[in-house]
Design a binder for this molecule. Structure first.
Ligand SMILES: Cc1ncc(COP(=O)(O)O)c(C=O)c1O
Length: 447
């Protein structure tokens, strides 16, 4: 792993850190922008050096599946924005969630997760992890007693999204963190929708942040990526027998443990994520994508302000529209998440949210209605993504959350007429005019 101490200390303000953290000009050709190190592997000066690097006695580059200098800048930049002590960049958000949790829970162990998660994460926890002997109990994220009651002696992590996709429910991170810490396990937060600009989840007690960097961090819909950040708050050596993967002798660290090797200078947890899970399973982030993400992150605060402001205007418009039964946006005073948003999202609520069209009462007719509305949109695009510069629409029940059984969908607050929006950076008035025109279809259908 590259030595994180090679780089300048994180800049103190968010806007400076998002442009400068993690990169010191002066390497290679003195490029002021981090270059794309498009190389699979790195040359060793001697066999002795190679031997030390492979034995993790020294930090440095070996092979881009395990570490790459462009990826390292991305990792350090996101770690700086989240206030973390180390990060692992990976190929997608899905990979980030998977490796973050695999490094905590193994076969026979258990996770407690919010039931209001992104559908792909539910697939991972309720299907693939079950095949691997890792069980998850899903709870209503607003029921703090349910989180506490679900904890078992084998529980190794609590997991939730700071702002959920698609319904923009705001998690009481502090309360769930307290439950996790009473149980002696870390709270892992998927901070994709909020980004560290809207919520520095560490400030509310989270221990590990994960992101689909595919979304707002990249911001332009061009590059899949994920990142796991150790926020440095959870002491894995306090109960060494609970975390043998970090505290027991480990054959990849000859003569020692990951805590002994990395505990003083870096994150042993991130070292485990990289040297075992990314190394063995191979979901590595490419240098080219890391470069694209760094470009995106440079404007994160500007974009997030605009995304949030436009989304609130669009939500207010929808809230008064006769074709709309409900708007799930925590910036609206009537939303159950409004008070939580004041605490957890003081710079603005997220721009991914949903609304329900007025139902016809018949699921098949509802589907046809949603299809006609979406088909009538011209500026808002039907795309299975969020966090793009473009405004995107999706129908969760038949797209992102289509693998969930009807009861689970209902529990997650997703109906047949729920429509998700990810409000982009266009002129909000144009987005509203487009929605207004398309929604006229509903008025004709349901009167
Ligand atoms: C909240 C959240 N987490 C994780 C993911 C998975 O990320 P990716 O598509 O980059 O694998 C997504 C994707 O939509 C998401 O919305």
């Amino acid at each position: 792993m590259p030595d994180s101490t090679d780089c300048p200390a994180p800049a103190s303000s968010f806007a400076t850190a998002q442009i400068q953290a993690g990169y010191a000009a002066g390497v290679a050709q003195h490029t002021s922008v981090p270059p794309i190190y498009q190389s699979n592997a790195f040359e060793f000066s001697s066999l002795s050096e190679a031997r030390d690097l492979f034995a993790l006695r020294r930090d440095g580059n070996i092979y881009s599946r395990a570490a790459n200098p462009t990826v390292a800048v991305f990792e350090q930049r996101v770690a700086a924005l989240e206030g973390g002590i180390g990060a692992a960049g990976v190929a997608s958000g899905q990979a980030a969630v998977a490796v973050a949790l695999l490094a905590l829970a193994k076969s026979g162990e258990h996770i407690v997760a919010a039931r209001q998660l992104y559908g792909g994460t539910i697939d991972l926890l309720a299907d693939t992890f079950v095949d691997w002997g890792i069980e998850t109990t899903f709870v209503d994220q607003h029921d703090i007693d349910a989180w506490r009651a679900a904890v078992r002696p084998t529980t190794r992590a609590l997991f939730g999204e700071s702002v959920t996709n698609p319904n923009a429910e705001v998690l009481d991170v502090r309360a769930v963190a307290d439950v996790a810490h009473e149980a002696g396990v870390p709270l892992v937060i998927d901070n994709t929708v909020a980004t560290p600009f809207l919520q520095r989840t560490k400030d509310f007690g989270a221990d590990i942040a994960v992101h689909s960097a595919t979304k707002f961090l990249g911001g332009h819909g061009t590059s899949l990526a994920g990142v796991v950040v150790d926020l440095g708050t959870f002491d894995f050596s306090a109960e060494p027998e609970r975390w043998p993967q970090l505290n027991a002798p480990y054959q990849r660290v000859p003569g020692g443990t990951l805590v002994e090797r990395y505990g003083k200078t870096a994150s042993p947890y991130i070292a485990l994520v990289k040297t075992k899970y990314v190394h063995d399973l191979g979901p590595s982030l490419s240098a080219f994508n890391a470069f694209q993400l760094l470009q995106g992150i440079e404007t994160l605060d500007l974009r997030m302000r605009r995304h949030s402001a436009s989304a609130l205007v669009v939500a207010r418009f929808l809230d008064t529209h006769p074709a709309v039964a409900r708007v799930n946006h925590p910036g609206l005073e009537s939303n159950r998440g409004y008070a939580a948003a004041q605490t957890y999202l003081p710079r603005g609520a997220a721009s991914v949210f949903s609304f329900d069209l007025r139902s016809t009462g018949d699921p098949e007719a509802d589907f046809a209605l949603v299809e006609r509305v979406i088909g009538a949109l011209e500026i808002v695009r039907l795309v299975a993504n969020i966090g793009d510069a473009r405004t995107l629409v999706a129908h969760p029940a038949s797209m992102t959350h289509s693998h969930m059984p009807p009861a689970m969908l209902a529990e997650a607050g997703i109906t047949s007429t729920t429509v998700r929006l990810s409000v982009g950076l266009e002129d909000a008035d144009d987005v509203i005019a487009d929605l207004d025109r398309a929604l006229a279809v509903v008025l004709t259908a349901v009167g």
